[in-house]
Write a protein that binds this ligand. Structure first.
Ligand code: SF4
Ligand code: SF4
Length: 111
């Protein structure tokens, strides 16, 4: 059985630029309020009174992993347009192996 595909985001490098959100909407012509990926901002107070801010993109029920693009051998729209090059598309085993070396990542497996 072929391995399932997924999307991995190394959010240590995510700047919260929203390019992935816009690229997804454009690729699928989603209307306002609908899209395959959203962005959240998480603020974590640190013991030394500093604050860590993380931007974490997460896929929604509308993400189809850019099926049309990826079956043509292209990268998903969000991956192609990520300004920080911190998004990866691949099989789950490939992405899980990549995560071994990275401290702050999320892995999505739509459907
Ligand atoms: S993989 Fe495609 S459908 Fe999924 S969030 Fe990225 S651009 Fe949107
Ligand atoms: S395009 Fe890349 S850097 Fe920008 S918000 Fe999305 S994941 Fe983060």
């Amino acid at each position: 059985m072929a391995a399932r595909n997924g999307l991995m985001i190394d959010y240590d490098f995510c700047t919260g630029c929203n390019s992935c959100v816009v690229a997804c909407k454009q690729e699928h012509s989603y209307p306002v309020g609908k899209g395959g990926i959203n962005l959240v901002e998480i603020m974590t107070p640190l013991p030394d009174d500093r604050i860590r801010i993380d931007y974490i993109p997460f896929t929604t029920a509308y993400c189809d992993l850019c099926y049309t693009r990826t079956t043509r051998g292209e990268q998903p729209a969000c991956v192609k347009h990520c300004q920080a090059a911190c998004m990866y598309f691949g099989t789950l085993p490939e992405l899980a192996a990549k995560m071994e070396a990275k401290p702050h990542c999320v892995l999505f497996t739509p459907r």
